[in-house]
Ligand binder design. Sequence first.
Ligand code: 48F
Length: 261
Amino acid sequence: MEQAALDEVIISRAIIDRYIEKLRSNLETDVVIVGGGPSGLVAGYYLAKAGKKVALFERKLSIGGGMWGGGMLFNEIVVQEDALHVLDDFGVRYRKYEQNYYTADAIETVATLTAGAVRAGVCIFNCVSVEDVMMRSEQITGLVINWSPVEMSGLHVDPLSVRARFVIDATGHATEVVKVVQRKVPGKLDTPTGQIEGEKSMWAERAENDTVRNTREIFPGLYVTGMAANATFGGPRMGPIFGGMLLSGVKVASELIHRLS
Ligand code: 48F
């Protein structure tokens, strides 16, 4: 049987057309998420499932943030009982280790959360870094984005901007969006000092509870989730237990679904 002709230029045109289509249709969204770690992916999934338009920008080529390597590159993660329903929603398999300690394969978890988010309707742009926010008199109204390779090489290239009704900082320990807001946007953060409180050392049990409690609006139009929530509000770190990350994603999604409706 003769093979159908394949034209390199059509392949290129198909990629360019489809990508531009995605980019154009995500210049204005309900919610834009910065960071494709567990909290950002879970938040995006529930928002998209509720019919909200969601874009997610991830600096790296790969989605998944700090989940791939489990603990110290042992690629298993621990999830506590309270958060198992999130793994169930996505279809991630897990095994009981002891009462309240369940384990899941880190690779399966990242892959399944990612597929779940995309299939729910989240549009993920990898290799794109968020370098600034868009503001209107003390309100965050969107993000300023650039290619990660441009950022990495230090090329002097102006960025592009996207508008959203709400922004979620899901950048993990780095808290990158909140840092920009603290530095460049007039007004104060909604923390005790009005500044980023800074992440504290390891205390898994407290950190897991704090992560969910600290998940909220930190500045008009800007929410924090996951490790970024703890870093912003001065909560401790928790290491490779991920229930708090998953539940934080659920919480920010449900608050925003409420505000958007
Ligand atoms: O760090 P990360 O996985 O965030 P998370 O959802 O989960 C934290 C856990 O992985 C772990 C932990 C739990 O025990 O403490 O660390 O809070 O994912 C954050 C993602 O954000 C991306 C970064 O590459 C990573 O994939 N990111 C950070 N800054 C930017 C960004 C930026 N300016 N623009 C785009 N992506």
